[in-house]
Design a protein. Structure first.
Ligand code: HSE
Length: 292
C-alpha cells in the first residue's frame, strides 16, 4: 500500500527576513511512497521532471532515509512517485517540498513514530535553514529561528485576500549559486537596518497593517547581491509597487519575483510586471497564489 502526501510551495525571506521568514503557498507537489520487496523504483510525473534523479541521490529518497534511520526501520525496497507541481530551482521551495514530502510520507508509512517538530528539525538540518521546510510542513506564515538543531517558530494564517503573485522565469537558479554571491561579512549598519525591517515586517503581517509593508520589506542583506544573477529584479519591484502591490521581493534564492497585493490590484500587477519581462525578452510564468 502506498501513502500519499501533498506538500505546498513556499516563499522564503519576504525581503529582509533572510533565512527566518517564510510562507506556504497553494501550489503543490504530491509524493506517494510504499514498501516493495527489493530495490528503489522512482517515478516522476510533471513538467519539470528532467533533472530529477531516479536513484539513491534523489532528494525525496534521501529525506525518507533520514526518517528510517532515526526510527531504526529496516527496509529492503521502496517505491516513490513524485508528481511535480512546484517548478524546480525557481525559488518556490521545490527542495523543501521534496524533503518534507519524503519525510512525512516515510513517517506515515511506518505508523507516524515521529512528531511534527522532530520532522521539522530533521528537515531544517538537512536543508540548512528552516524558512522553506517550516511552511512546507506547517503551512501559513512562519517566523523562525533555527539554531542548527532546533527550530523555534510562530505561525499564522494570512488573509485569503492577500495575493502572492509569483513571476517565475523559465530558467533554473540553484540556491547554492545564489548563496555563493553573498558576502561573508556585513556592515553593522546593514545588520541594524535588516533587524528593524524584518521585525516590522513580522509585526505588520501579524497585525495586518499592510500599509507598513512597503518600508518593512526593505532589505540590504541579500537581494542587492543577488540582483547580478537576476537583472530584472529591481525593475520588477518598482513596477509591482507602481501597479499597487503592497510589496515585492525575491522569492527565496530566486529567480522568482513575488508581488504581494490585494485581489483588486492583482490583474494590474500581473500585466505591469509582465511587461518588464516582455521588454527584457525573458520567458516567464505567472502563478496567482495565496497563503496555504
Ligand atoms: N533563505 C534561503 C536563501 C531560501 O535565501 O538562500 C532559499 O533556500
Amino acid at each position: 500500500d502506498m501513502v500519499r502526501v501533498r506538500v505546498p510551495a513556499s516563499s522564503a525571506n519576504l525581503g529582509p527576513g533572510f533565512d527566518c521568514i517564510g510562507v506556504a503557498l497553494n501550489l503543490y507537489t504530491e509524493i506517494s511512497m510504499g514498501f516493495v520487496e527489493d530495490g528503489l523504483l522512482i517515478e516522476v510525473l510533471g513538467e519539470d521532471y528532467k533533472d530529477i534523479e531516479k536513484n539513491q541521490d534523489n532528494l525525496v529518497y534521501r529525506a525518507a532515509k533520514k526518517v528510517f534511520e532515526k526510527t531504526q526501520t529496516d527496509y529492503t525496497g521502496l517505491n516513490i512517485k513524485i508528481k511535480v507541481g512546484i517548478p524546480l530551482g525557481s525559488g518556490l521551495g521545490s527542495s523543501a517540498s521534496a524533503i518534507i514530502g519524503g519525510m512525512v510520507a516515510a513517517n506515515e508509512l511506518i505508523g507516524k513514530p515521529l512528531r511534527d517538530d522532530e520532522i521539522l528539525n530533521l528537515a531544517a538540518s538537512m536543508e540548512g535553514h528552516a524558512d522553506n521546510v517550516g511552511p512546507a510542513l506547517l503551512g501559513g506564515l512562519n517566523i523562525m529561528a533555527f539554531d542548527g538543531a532546533v527550530t523555534y517558530y510562530i505561525r499564522k494564517e494570512l488573509d485569503e485576500d492577500l495575493k502572492f503573485v509569483a513571476f517565475t522565469p523559465n530558467r533554473v537558479l540553484k540556491t547554492e549559486t545564489a548563496r555563493n554571491v553573498l558576502p561573508a561579512k556585513v556592515d553593522f549598519k546593514d545588520a541594524v537596518f535588516n533587524t528593524g525591517r524584518s521585525s516590522l515586517l513580522a509585526a505588520a503581517l501579524f497585525s495586518e497593517e499592510y500599509g507598513l509593508l512597503k518600508i518593512a520589506s526593505q532589505d540590504v542583506l541579500h537581494q542587492k547581491y543577488r540582483s547580478k544573477l537576476i537583472p530584472e529584479m529591481y525593475k520588477c519591484f518598482d513596477k509591482a509597487l507602481e501597479c499597487g502591490a503592497y510589496f515585492a521581493f525575491l522569492s527565496g534564492a530566486g529567480p522568482t519575483i513575488m508581488a504581494v497585493c490585494s485581489e483588486e490590484s492583482a490583474d494590474k500587477v500581473v500585466e505591469g510586471v509582465g511587461s518588464v519581462y516582455k521588454s527584457m525578452e525573458i520567458d516567464y510564468r505567472v502563478y496567482k497564489l495565496k497563503c496555504d
